[in-house]
Design a protein around this ligand. Structure first.
Ligand code: ANZ
Ligand code: ZN
Length: 828
């Protein structure tokens, strides 16, 4: 502390120590289940994404926790019973990779980091209810993750299938589609993702595709818009039709395609099936079989993104068979190619090269015919090589000829197909089932035993959790199969059904499974009898505000929504959506760039806290921008925050009136500012404009300082009222200094337990305005009126004014024009 600070300010680090201890003793943030169950108090469930324990907290955590604490503390002030829990998403690859490098156990890293982060979070002064702390890697937690897996399986929502899956050659594990980035690389390590044929566990997310999509409409206003759109795109709803073609060479054998343009059926000149789909192998004739197999091996190496890219040269193999077009009987050749995906739609497309660019590229590469059936007024795609995708007039399209409305064309085509029993209108989703098994160690083991006589046998509930065997260091090295397979004693078990020799499933669950239900576990984290208490879920749910990063906009939110719907259908909860509102915070960047080791522009949170103190760092983060915008640490001023906090604190030192002084006897002008600030803060917090709240508190601090220096000084009760308001508002952002102020003002034990100040409506009214009353355009009277006076009231007042009455005399009033609150014009 510098000499100057000593004379004029407080010591940030000293008050941190003091209040940390006081909060520990007071425990003011513990949520009271009873108050909510009994209906005594209305609930608010505030949730912020729990962190993965990698090292200590960073600036990103600091930002999200600071934002989150504004709303949590605000709700508590407003009299709600607030549930604000925190825990750790503590399974996952980084700890496992560190354990391999260090010859250690992943738990060693995981729990050491958790303790570090826990200490930092406490010091950061967030109003978490620590009695609800949980870690997903604790056996007491993953016991219930396993239990949920078995429930899902009972419902037919968890199953195993063999199919080509995304494979990360670096991490040596499968990845969900969601974990493959848009450029075809692994979300975690950046390696190029390839495909492998494997038997894997899936959750049937597709069973809820329609509902997951439809419910987004209700979230449109309360979720950050781009997140809703990301969810929509991921689920990918397409309306279209299934169309069934017979195979000419194989009577009785059908191929069904999904198309969004059944109206272009007359322009289908060939068919393409995914080279890696079972269908291709079924259809291919003997002569072509070897070429298909060779081609398929190449295809497996490509990512889906590459495969769908329009820039990619088209490749494929003719399968030696033909399909019969149900609308005109035409026979078209059937090809296999990689630009059709095995797991989208039906894995087969009718190719309409004139109106679909990828089909056109393929037709040109393979010298297949192009037939235009929609005349859009553009040049013929057969000549230009540019497909025309828009609406136009149908040509060479049998009954559609002459129509020019696309919707009508699609409807007519579907009607025709339905009449002939060769197709139906349908809705297709891009969403796939969730591939949840991983060939890695540090996750929840899948609680299944494979028995040679009984098949898949669930581990009985009373034998849960299936705990991880002790493996460390080199035992954990990825080798393409799960490291759990190496723990033979663990693997070999008696079959729970027949008692014969059997083996445990050696895969673990995707860590997204753990985080899909943690907000339920917070409700009763120590409950040894159930995953969560349905009565508590009913009382506390759904979550009133969820704050987290954009990077989870698709995956985590979608999975958590899916889990919620399944649990609802299992009768455990009654609500449909887990997160009533969702806010995603911007990033903390530095000098216009993302912070990174390689750029050397990282800002260390610990250093910032040491230099400026917790309050100033929090204040800086909240004040910097609206929550959803990025914060450039190069543009903000933690020094300015320190200065402001000292200014605020000095106000509390200057108050000399007694705590029970009546503010009504104080300076009305200052009181107006105070009460206006309270009312605005309410609206601003509820609208997530936290940065503006800080700006308004700054204004109030300035106004108060002015009042002290000019008016009745620190003895004016209006000054006390203003400073108490500052302390309460400021505590949402800078809790330590707010506690100090509260204490200086003669209150105890904690500002966190103060009541929100009530804005006095009388003081919110702006002072009066002058209304002018004219007769025939000449001013006859001036009236002092409220600025929000109604037109009727103003007219009434004007016509009752003695001067106006006298001026009108006995002339009849023909018209009164009122422009409230400032003008009344009377025509006689
Ligand atoms: C014929 C057609 C004509 C098509 C036309 C488009 C335009 P969305 O909107 O993404 O659902 N398709 C269907 N299954 C496919 C698969 N497994 N892999 C690659 N492409 C596939 O796209 C649906 C369209 O994508 C379908 O409609 C089909 O091509 C293609 F002028 O059928 B269309
Ligand atoms: Zn058995």
């Amino acid at each position: 502390m510098s000499e100057r600070d000593e004379q004029t300010g407080y010591d940030a680090h000293a008050i941190e120590q003091k209040w940390l201890q006081a909060w520990d003793d007071l425990d003011p943030f513990r949520a009271d289940d009873a108050a909510v169950l009994s209906g005594e108090r209305e609930k608010r469930y505030a949730l912020t994404m729990f962190p993965y324990p990698s090292g200590d907290l960073h600036m990103g955590h600091a930002e999200v926790f600071a934002l989150h604490d504004v709303i949590s503390r605000y709700w508590r002030f407003r009299g709600y019973e607030v549930l604000n829990p925190m825990g750790w998403d503590s399974f996952g690859l980084p700890a496992e990779n560190a354990a391999i490098r260090g010859g250690e156990h992943p738990a060693t890293y995981t729990y050491a980091n958790i303790e570090t982060q826990f200490e930092s979070m406490k010091r950061y002064g967030v109003s978490f209810d620590w009695s609800r702390r949980l870690h997903t890697s604790d056996p007491e937690y993953y016991r219930w993750t396993q239990w949920l897996f078995l429930k899902f399986r009972e419902q037919g929502l968890a199953y195993r299938k063999n199919s080509p899956v995304n494979w990360c050659p670096n991490d040596q594990t499968v990845l969900a589609n969601e974990q493959v980035l848009a450029d075809g690389t692994c979300e975690r390590c950046g390696a190029e993702v390839t495909k492998r044929e494997l038997t894997q566990w899936y959750f049937k997310t597709t069973a809820y595709a329609q509902e997951l999509y439809d419910c987004l409409d209700d979230l449109q206003d309360s979720w950050i818009g781009k997140v809703v759109n990301a969810q929509r795109n991921w689920i990918g709803r397409s309306e279209g039709a299934h169309v069934t073609f017979e195979v000419a060479e194989r009577p009785g054998h059908d191929i069904t395609v999904f198309t969004t343009r059944p109206d272009t059926l007359w322009g289908a000149t060939f068919m393409v099936v995914a080279a890696d789909a079972a269908l291709a192998a079924e259809l291919v004739d003997d002569e072509q079989r070897a070429s298909l197999e060779a081609y398929r091996d190449d295809v497996r190496k490509a990512s889906d993104i590459d495969r769908l890219s329009t820039d990619r040269p088209k490749t494929g193999v003719f399968l030696g068979v033909h399909a019969i077009n149900p609308v005109n009987g035409e026979q078209i050749p059937v090809w296999a190619s990689d630009y059709v995906l095995a797991d989208y739609g039906t894995g087969a497309v009718m190719a309409v090269p004139a109106h679909d660019q990828r089909d056109l590229d393929f037709a040109r590469a393979m010298d297949l015919p192009v037939r235009r059936v929609v005349d859009t007024g553009e040049d013929d795609p057969a000549e230009t090589g540019v497909a025309t995708a828009g609406a136009g007039t149908y040509v060479s399209s049998g009954p559609l000829d002459g129509l020019s409305d696309k919707e009508a064309g699609i409807r007519a085509a579907i009607d025709l197909l339905e009449e002939r029993g060769r197709g139906t209108g349908t809705v297709n989703f891009r969403l796939r089932d969730w591939l949840l098994s991983r060939q890695r160690y540090w996750g929840a083991p899948i609680p299944i035993v494979h028995c040679p006589s009984c098949g898949e046998v669930p581990v009985p509930e009373d034998q849960l959790p299936v705990e991880l065997p002790e493996l460390r260091g080199a035992d954990l090295k990825p080798k393409g199969t799960s490291p759990l397979g190496g723990a033979r004693e663990w693997v070999e078990v008696d079959c729970p059904a027949c008692g014969g020799p059997a083996e445990r499933d050696t895969d673990t669950m995707d860590t997204f499974v753990d985080s899909s239900w943690y907000f339920f576990r917070y409700l009763s984290p120590r409950d040894a009898t159930q995953a969560f208490d349905p009565a508590l879920a009913q009382a506390w749910g759904p979550i009133d505000l969820y704050i987290g990063g954009d990077e989870h906009a698709v995956l985590h939110l979608l999975y958590a929504r899916f889990f919620t719907k399944v649990l609802r259908d299992a009768g455990l909860i009654s609500w449909d959506e887990p997160f009533s509102a969702y806010l995603s915070q911007g990033k903390v960047i530095n000098n216009g760039r993302k912070m990174s080791k390689s750029l050397g522009n990282g800002i260390n949170l610990g250093d910032q806290l040491a230099e400026f103190g917790v309050d100033a760092v929090r204040l800086t983060l909240v004040f910097a921008s609206p929550p959803e915008d990025n914060i450039d640490w190069a543009d903000v001023s933690p020094v300015g925050s320190v200065r402001f906090l000292q200014r605020a604190w000095r106000l509390a030192n200057d108050v000399t009136s007694a705590p029970d002084a009546d503010p009504a006897t104080g300076d009305v002008a200052l009181r107006r500012v105070t009460h206006r600030t309270i009312r605005d803060a309410e609206q601003l917090v509820e609208g997530y404009r936290f940065n503006v709240v800080v700006a308004r508190v700054m204004e109030l601090v300035n106004a108060t300082r002015k009042a002290i220096d000019s008016g009745a000084g620190g003895a004016d009760p209006a000054v006390r009222e203003a400073v108490e308001t500052v302390a309460i508002l400021l505590s949402m952002v800078a809790p330590y200094v707010a506690e100090e102020m509260w204490e200086l003002l003669g209150h105890a034990p904690s500002v966190a337990q103060a009541a929100w100040p009530l804005a006095d409506e009388a003081l919110l009214v702006e002072e009066s305005v002058i209304a002018v009353v004219q007769i025939q355009g000449k001013v006859k009277a001036r009236l002092e009126v409220a600025p929000d006076i109604s037109a009727a009231d103003l007219e009434h007042l004007a016509l009752a004014d003695p001067n106006v009455v006298a001026a009108i005399a006995d002339r009849p009033v023909r018209k009164v024009v009122v422009r409230e609150p400032k003008l009344v014009n009377v025509v006689v």
